[in-house]
Design a protein around this ligand. Structure first.
Ligand code: AMP
Length: 275
């Protein structure tokens, strides 16, 4: 089986031991941190593991913090994840068999090492039973879809999906003018105020997502739309010779506006590698 595993500093030691135990039994384990016992924040690792599990069906997650509560909260915010905090092997088995849980959460302070291995063993030995449980899990998934649809609608309306301090949200809502060259329900394209090429268009999602690292599986369709919109704009701009799509992620890469955007550049020779 393939595992994504993560912990905070309080779960680090147990995580290291569980990684060895799983590896000895032939399981593939990807450790997403943390990397030591120095104090850190559980959501940084909980989200990393949960997003990786959601993006890769069939992969299982293990998250460990002091009591498992914070990691459970973080993981269960990621669509597609059903994280279960298990204190006993029976709970682990049931979480797999009845809830089709895909992330096992352990509290290092609450389960001694040997008991934690029994919990992981029970998790490994159980599989989703389907039947009446299928109906219940489907209701969980439907509830999640309804929440996501609501969030997307709000984003389009510009209320909770909009960041009041974000200049690109203001352009999307019309509060700040821009020369728009493309618009649909989800995506906006407008000319960069400081063009770096004869054609320099910025393509943004209307919903506020700060960086490429904040993308979640539910954004896959939106990202596809964003990239296809770039192709449509390039065609309209007559960039038959080619164009470049650049996404700066983080300050180190030169990102200045923290609302995902792609620079569409064309109309001149574009050197490689870029500066
Ligand atoms: P980045 O450095 O990747 O975050 O790119 C941000 C881009 O936004 C820069 O190329 C800016 O020139 C551009 N920009 C900032 N404010 C505006 C605006 N009001 N209208 C159009 N482009 C803008």
């Amino acid at each position: 089986m393939r595992f994504e595993i993560g912990s905070d500093h309080r779960g680090y030691e147990l995580k290291s031991r569980i990684i060895s135990w799983l590896a000895e039994r032939g399981h593939a384990v990807n450790d997403r941190g943390c990397d030591g016992v120095e104090s850190c924040d559980y959501p940084d690792f909980g989200f990393g593991v949960a997003r990786a599990v959601a993006a890769s069906p069939g992969t299982q997650g293990i998250l460990i913090c002091s009591n498992g509560i914070g990691m459970s909260m973080a993981a269960n915010k990621v669509p597609g994840v059903r994280a279960a905090l298990c204190l006993t092997p029976a709970m682990a088995s049931q979480a797999r068999r009845h809830n089709d849980a895909n992330v096992l959460v352990l509290g290092a302070d609450n389960v001694p090492y040997v008991e934690s291995l029994a919990i992981v063993s029970a998790w490994l030995g159980a599989a989703f039973e389907g039947g009446r449980h299928e109906r219940r899990v489907r209701k969980l998934v439907e509830g999640e879809s309804a929440r996501l649809a609501d969030a997307t609608t709000k984003g389009r309306r510009g209320d909770s999906g909009m960041n009041q301090d974000c200049i690109f949200c203001k352009i999307a809502s019309g509060a700040i003018p821009a020369e728009k060259v493309f618009e649909d329900d989800d995506v906006l394209g407008f000319r960069d105020i400081h063009p770096a090429a004869p054609t320099h268009v910025l393509l943004i999602p209307k919903a506020h997502i700060p960086t490429l690292n904040d993308l979640a599986p539910e954004h896959d369709r939106l990202l596809g739309r964003l990239v296809r919109a770039a192709g449509e704009v390039a065609a309209r701009e007559g960039l038959a010779a080619g164009y470049r799509l650049v996404g700066n992620c983080g300050r180190g890469a030169g990102q200045e506006v923290f609302h995902i955007h792609f620079h569409l550049l064309g109309g001149r020779p574009l050197d490689w590698p870029p500066g």
